[in-house]
Design a protein around this ligand. Structure first.
Ligand code: XUL
Length: 527
């Protein structure tokens, strides 16, 4: 029997990955292109061109990467004609600016030539801004001011103004380089550019990645007029196109790919979304309230929720990539693994084994002792001052933590803070999926389980954004076949379930819940 397959493409900062799954969600083929290594002619560093605060990426590099990945796929044993649908993931916030010749070029591609040869002149700005750019502070303040302040902007768009968010990037060119803005027929997100190549026409921005622009009303699911009028003019709405739900079919794959690579003419292209939304779609496969805690240099908590309360200070609410009527919350804590390691080095001679043994010598809640560890300025909550701030059980400042108390204090403080801030955003997990290096540390996953009062599973899907893209290809395909939205979890039920490694001790959970109000008060005293 011929097996239906689904293709997920993940265009990250560093490269382009492709993963093909079957309808049982098993991987049948994977391949990848690395920008710096495989496309050295663009001279990127980690996929980016860094010029002070301005950080861009050559848009043609994305086209060449697609040429390369599709060639690799067509040279494999996989029959591309069995791919029923394609979806994808793009690094969030980055944009691709297309001129007035792009639409014709996209729709009249010649199969004997490479994409990059035919599309090199379609850009009104050859290097588009990406998420690492921090050059738009002035426009962020301007946008917040016309909307009525950061709180109001967050209420409408899910986030206060952030430099990397695309609306503020658009403002920079609208005011600073009006000729580029004028020559642009379409502003794509990276996530809407790749499907545009695939369908040979402009593909829509999806609600979820569109939420990373500071101009989309996440409740109305449409552009906010005041924001558009500030970051551009009355032509901006047409330049952006109408945003659509993430499971929407953008169109069928264009003739070029059918003739050149033997795709089937009825292969559907489902709207692409951002990398963080796709990672959630690739990991949160067991239930609608699964929450991911990804522990790396920084710790990120993200998950789906029906109701979200955006903050004027930190974190983001995006429309969920799995359900247009639901939301996704994402919070980043800057002081993650490196901070834990520093305390381990100072107090346990650099040994995790000693550190874990020390943890066992103190009770949950550390007898009321609370510490805050900010070796770099923190963003959740926003705290500029770095240092270690210790408090005794009466809330008085102290320097006297024993090594054992210190070990416990750093773990408890990091995850009480994540619980506090994610609850305030509306996250209420049934299950926590821990990923990243520190997820192998059982002592840590137990503390997380006890703080949140929920089981912790370890679910390392190394390429979660690419997997999420492939799952979403299947999801979009099924929704279209059904003629209506189908719950995402119905489609991903066959995915390998992450294994629960720590069950909560509910008496410890009570200790933490009682400690949380005092923790919150102390955290508020730090600046
Ligand atoms: C999220 C963000 C990055 C990019 C690139 O807001 O800026 O995570 O999505 O990965």
């Amino acid at each position: 029997m011929i097996e239906d397959t689904f293709l997920g493409l993940d265009l990250s900062t560093q490269g382009l990955k492709a993963v093909i799954i079957d309808s049982d969600l098993s991987i049948v083929f994977e391949t990848a292109v690395n920008f710096d290594k495989d496309l050295p002619e663009f001279d990127t560093e980690g996929g980016a061109l860094i010029d002070g605060e301005t950080v861009t990426t050559p848009s043609l590099m994305f086209v060449k990467a697609l040429d390369l990945v599709l060639t690799q796929l067509s040279e494999s044993d996989i029959d591309l004609c069995n791919i029923k649908a394609i979806s994808g993931s793009g690094q969030q916030h980055g944009s691709v600016w297309l001129n007035y010749s792009a639409k014709t070029s996209l729709s009249s591609l010649c199969p004997s030539l490479k994409l990059s040869e035919q599309l090199k002149n379609i850009f009104s700005m050859p290097n588009g801004p990406i998420w690492m750019d921090s050059s738009t502070g002035k426009y962020c303040r301007g946008l917040e001011s016309v909307i009525g302040g950061p709180k109001e902007l967050a209420r409408i768009t899910g986030s206060r103004a952030f430099e990397r968010f695309t609306g503020n990037q658009i403002a920079k060119y609208f005011y600073g380089k009006p000729e580029i803005y004028k020559e642009t027929e379409r502003i794509c997100l990276i996530s809407s550019f790749i499907p545009s190549l695939l369908i040979g026409d402009f593909a829509a921005i999806d609600f979820s990645d569109g939420s990373g622009m500071n101009i989309l009303d996440i409740n109305e699911k449409n552009w906010n007029e005041t924001a558009l009028n500030y970051v551009g003019d009355d032509k901006l709405e047409a330049k952006l196109g109408k945003p659509l739900a993430s499971h929407t079919v953008a169109g069928n794959i264009s003739k070029y790919f059918v003739e050149k690579y033997d795709f089937s003419a009825d292969c559907e292209v489902i709207l692409f979304s951002g990398d963080n939304p796709n990672s959630l779609a690739g990991l949160a496969v067991t239930g609608p309230n699964d929450v991911i805690i990804s522990m790396g240099t920084s710790d990120t908590i993200f998950g789906a929720t029906e109701k979200a309360t955006p903050s004027e200070k930190n974190g983001h609410v995006f429309v969920s990539p799995m359900n247009p009527d639901s939301f996704m919350v994402m919070l980043v804590r800057q002081n993650g693994s490196l901070t834990r390691e520093k305390v381990r080095d100072q107090r346990a001679d650099g040994s995790w084994k000693t550190f874990t043994e020390m943890l066992c010598k103190t009770p949950a809640g550390n007898n009321g002792k609370i510490g805050f560890y900010f070796f770099t300025p923190e963003i959740t909550p926003a705290i500029k001052n770095t240092g270690v701030f210790r408090f005794d059980s009466n809330g008085q400042k102290t320097d006297g933590f024993s090594p054992e108390e210190e070990a416990r204090a750093v773990y408890e403080s990091q995850f009480m803070s994540l619980r506090l801030h994610s609850e305030q955003f509306g996250l209420n997990p049934d299950l926590i999926i821990a990923t990243g290096g520190a997820s192998v540390d059982n002592a840590l996953t137990q503390i997380i389980a006890d703080i949140f009062g929920k089981p912790v599973a370890v679910g390392d899907t190394p390429d979660s954004a690419a997997m999420g893209a492939a799952y979403r290809a299947l999801h979009g395909y099924i929704c279209n076949k059904n003629g209506a939205y189908v719950p995402y979890t119905d489609v991903t039920a066959k995915a390998i379930q992450p294994e629960v490694v720590s069950e909560p001790d509910m008496s410890n959970y009570e200790v933490y819940s009682n400690l949380l109000p005092r923790f919150e008060e102390l955290e508020k005293t730090l600046k």
